[in-house]
Design a protein around this ligand. Structure first.
Ligand SMILES: [Fe+2]
Length: 325
C-alpha cells in the first residue's frame, strides 16, 4: 500500500516542481499551500512523511512541525529552507524532531533521497509499534480469559471507540491511544477473584465493592507501565457516570475525560448486545433504546447521539452495525 507524503509550500511553482520530481514514485502525494491547510490533511490521512517550507504566510513551517509532533508523532518531518533562513531552521531541528533538512532551491536527487529515507524510518517505527500493539492486545486477551463471557469484548470496544474518535475528528495519535485504552480498560480485573467474576447470580454488596476497585487497581498498573495519560484516564474513569454518581472519583459531566466518556458508551453498548452468563444479549433496537435512556444519566448525551446516529444506524446504507453474528 502506497504511503502518504504531504508537501507544504505556499509557492505553486515549488509544488508543481515537486509533483514532477515524484511523478515516478509510488506514494500518495498531498500538497497544501499553508500550515493550516496541512493540519486539515493530517487529521484526515495517515501521513508518513511531511515536507514543509519554513517561511509561509500564517504559521511558519517550524511552528507547524512543532504542532505536528503532538498531533501525529509518528509522521517523519522534513524541513525545506532557503540559505538566508538557515539559523532559525537549524534551531527547529532541536524543537520539533526534524528528521532531515533540505536546502532551497530544491534539487530532485536531494529531496527524493530525503523523502525515501523518511519513508524507511516511518516503516521502522510502524513495525515497532505493531510489536507493542501485539503485546498490549495479548495482555487484554489474557485478562479476558479470567472472564470467558467477555471474550472479544475489549477488541470490540476498541473498534466502537475509535470510530467515535474518528467522528469527533480527534487526532490519529489520540485515536490510537483510545484503542489501547479500550483494550486495557478492564486490566484491573486481574485483581478480582474469578469466583466473583464468573458467579452465576447477582453480586452481593461486598462483592460489588470489591469489583469496583478494578478501575483504581488498573490505573495503578497502567501508571507503573508508563502508559499514556489517555490510557490511564480510560482505565481509571470508564465507570464514572455523566451525572456524577459513578466511580472511582464521582466526576461529573465534562470533568470526566473525553476519552473515558467515549469508552464508557462503547463498553456499555457491547455489554448490552452480547450474551452474559445470567442473560441473553439484547437485540440491537432494544440495546439502542436502553442507550437512549442512559443519555445524561450514566452516559454523555452527545456521545450517545453520535454513537446511535454515526455508528449504529447509518453504517452500510442505514443498516445496523455491526451486524449480529
Ligand atoms: Fe470496567
Amino acid at each position: 500500500m502506497a504511503e502518504h507524503v504531504l508537501f507544504v509550500d505556499d509557492s505553486r511553482v515549488t509544488i508543481n516542481m515537486i509533483r514532477e520530481f515524484f511523478s515516478g514514485e509510488e506514494i500518495v502525494l498531498h500538497s497544501a499551500a499553508s500550515a493550516e491547510e496541512a493540519l486539515q490533511l493530517v487529521r484526515r490521512h495517515e501521513i508518513a512523511v511531511v515536507v514543509s517550507d519554513n517561511i509561509m504566510p500564517g504559521m511558519s513551517g517550524v511552528q507547524f512541525l512543532s504542532l505536528l509532533k503532538g498531533i501525529s508523532p509518528d509522521t517523519v518531518k522534513i524541513l525545506m529552507s532557503a540559505f538566508a533562513d538557515l539559523t532559525s531552521a537549524l534551531e527547529a531541528i532541536n524543537t520539533s524532531e526534524v528528521f532531515r533538512f533540505v536546502l532551497k532551491p530544491l534539487r530532485a536527487e536531494e529531496i527524493l533521497r530525503a523523502v525515501n529515507e523518511g519513508l524507511r524510518r516511518y516503516r521502522t517505527k510502524m513495525a515497532m509499534r505493531k510489536e507493542d500493539e501485539d503485546v498490549l492486545l495479548s495482555l487484554a486477551q489474557t485478562i479476558e480469559l479470567k472472564d470467558p463471557s467477555t471474550r472479544g469484548h475489549c477488541d470490540r470496544v476498541g473498534v466502537y471507540a475509535v470510530r467515535l474518535a474518528e467522528l469527533l475528528e480527534l487526532p490519529r495519535s489520540v485515536q490510537r491511544e483510545i484503542k489501547y485504552g479500550s483494550w486495557l480498560h478492564d486490566c484491573g480485573k486481574i485483581g478480582v477473584a474469578e469466583s466473583i467474576l464468573n458467579g452465576p447470580g447477582p453480586l452481593s454488596d461486598d462483592e460489588y465493592s470489591h469489583v469496583k476497585q478494578h478501575s483504581q487497581w488498573g490505573a495503578d498498573v497502567a501508571a507503573k507501565a508508563n502508559l499514556s495519560q489517555i490510557v490511564l484516564n480510560i482505565v481509571r474513569h470508564h465507570h464514572e457516570r455523566y451525572d456524577g454518581t459513578g466511580y472511582p472519583d464521582g466526576l461529573k459531566g465534562e470533568a470526566i475525560p473525553l476519552e473515558a466518556r467515549i469508552v464508557a458508551v462503547a463498553d456499555v453498548y457491547d455489554a448490552l448486545v452480547t450474551d452474559r452468563p445470567y442473560r441473553r444479549g439484547f437485540t440491537l433496537p432494544v440495546a439502542c433504546r436502553i442507550l437512549e435512556d442512559m443519555r445524561g444519566a450514566e452516559l454523555d448525551p452527545q456521545i450517545v447521539d453520535l454513537f446511535l446516529d454515526g455508528v449504529c444506524r447509518r453504517q452500510g446504507g442505514g443498516g445496523w452495525w455491526p451486524p449480529r453474528a
